[in-house]
Design a protein around this ligand. Structure first.
Ligand SMILES: [Zn+2]
Length: 65
């Protein structure tokens, strides 16, 4: 799956705001190479799974906010 390699480059060192706290969350990559975020403030955890979700996350972090 070549989309995996290209999204890892985009998501490395990227961040998105927590929808609840508006605090910037670092995008982390789990051992299965799937992106996720954890908010220290509200303890919410966001796991992005399907290919479509990962594509949209890449588009989202590329966008200024
Ligand atoms: Zn939060």
């Amino acid at each position: 799956m070549n989309y995996l390699n290209s999204y890892l480059e985009i998501l490395e060192d990227s961040s998105i705001p927590c929808p609840l706290c508006q605090i910037e969350l670092d995008v982390r990559i789990d051992k299965n190479k799937k992106p996720y975020m954890v908010c220290d403030e509200c303890q919410a955890q966001f796991f992005i799974r399907g290919e479509k979700g990962i594509e949209r996350l890449c588009e989202f972090v590329d966008r200024p906010w």
